[in-house]
Design a protein around this ligand. Structure first.
Ligand code: NAD
Length: 314
């Protein structure tokens, strides 16, 4: 019987990406079942019963989903962050989990610059702004997205700094960024851009003490995950500093937290506080195609050749 690949996307891919995914699965003789824009978890629990493989975006794969997934062998997160997969639970069931590293990095990097320019030019309100040239940007985490931002920053004539304990300092330097030895060291720079995954180590790690250290016009950019920032502290920092800016693609899910931040900044022109309407970093035609097709190819390579290069560990 043909293998079934479930495309479970609460937030659907662009139609073009879906047809490209389907081209990959049908070339392998697999059946693609689409569960897009679903409204309730029950829909997912029903659909997963028949799936040999799953492609997801921000959709949660937890024990409840796995309990219903009798045939599931592999789940691929079409994207970078995989904090929505319970890796202990997938490992416990012998299900392989993967992400598609790097495939949406450029999309996120361009959004970072879009938000930086909007803020530096006072959201185009008619007043005088400033230029990015010669300013410094410091990266917390120096993986695929940070490197893509760094590449653009070089084009803008900015100076880059990076903290990433999992990458040798010499390698960071080789790529043209100055290695920084501690997280605190990042906050000496005007822009700090977050590119770490959400882990126990990074959760709520951006706090008031760090943000108060930032120089005048200090700007935090968050395209990582909202939980990396200590939200109550952020409200305090907005109250304490009139110059501080927060540019965020990953607004808190918690409406009250979002409202508290908005009220604290009192910035009706959106210069100091930018929240995208919803998470938009990877919302481009190209990133949809890249991530979706990579996920489908990884599933086919896994079944046909036992390829597990992108497998994740708990
Ligand atoms: P990546 O895996 O290529 O890079 C992550 C980097 O963080 C790695 O180099 C790793 O060594 C480093 N790191 C891990 N723990 C760290 C720590 N405690 N301190 C410092 N560095 C640490 O991932 P990426 O593609 O660059 O994406 C980074 C994160 O951005 C993802 O995990 C995801 O949460 C988020 N993301 C968001 C969007 C969006 O739509 N806004 C899109 C892509 C990625």
């Amino acid at each position: 019987k043909a293998r079934t690949v479930l495309l479970a996307t609460e937030k659907a891919f662009a139609a073009d990406a879906v047809s490209k995914i389907e081209a990959v699965t049908s070339a392998a003789g697999y059946k693609l079942v689409r569960l897009e824009n679903y409204k309730s978890k029950d829909d997912l629990l029903k659909a997963v019963a028949d799936a040999d493989a799953m492609i997801i975006r921000s959709d949660k794969v937890d024990q409840a989903v796995l309990d219903k997934a009798a045939k599931l062998k592999i789940v691929v997160r079409a994207g970078a962050g995989y904090d929505n997969i319970d890796l202990k639970a997938t490992e416990g069931k012998g299900v392989v989990s993967m992400n598609t590293p790097g495939q949406n990095a450029n999309a996120v990097a361009e959004l970072v610059f879009g938000m930086m320019i909007t803020s530096a030019r006072n959201n185009y309100d008619g007043t005088s702004g400033f230029e990015l040239v010669n300013r410094s940007i410091a990266f917390y985490g120096f993986g695929a997205v940070a490197r893509a931002v760094h590449k653009l920053a070089q084009g803008f004539g900015m100076k880059s700094f990076a903290y990433d304990p999992y990458i040798p300092a010499a390698k960071i330097a080789e790529m043209g960024a100055t290695p920084v030895a501690t997280v605190a060291g990042l906050f000496e720079h005007q822009y700090v851009s977050l590119h770490v995954p959400l882990t126990d180590e990074t959760k709520a790690s951006i706090n008031k003490a760090l943000l108060m250290k930032m120089p005048k016009g200090g700007t935090l950019i968050n395209t990582a995950r909202c939980e990396v920032v200590h939200e109550a502290d952020m409200v305090e920092v907005f109250k304490a500093r009139q110059d501080f800016c927060y540019l965020c693609d990953v607004a808190p899910d918690d409406k009250a937290a979002k409202e508290a931040m908005t009220a604290a900044v009192g910035d009706k022109f959106g210069k100091r506080l930018i929240f995208t309407a919803k998470k938009m970093g990877a919302q481009t035609l190209e990133a949809n195609d890249n991530c979706g097709v990579a996920a489908a190819n990884q599933i086919v390579a896994f079944f046909e050749k036992g390829e597990t290069r992108f497998a994740l560990k708990a």
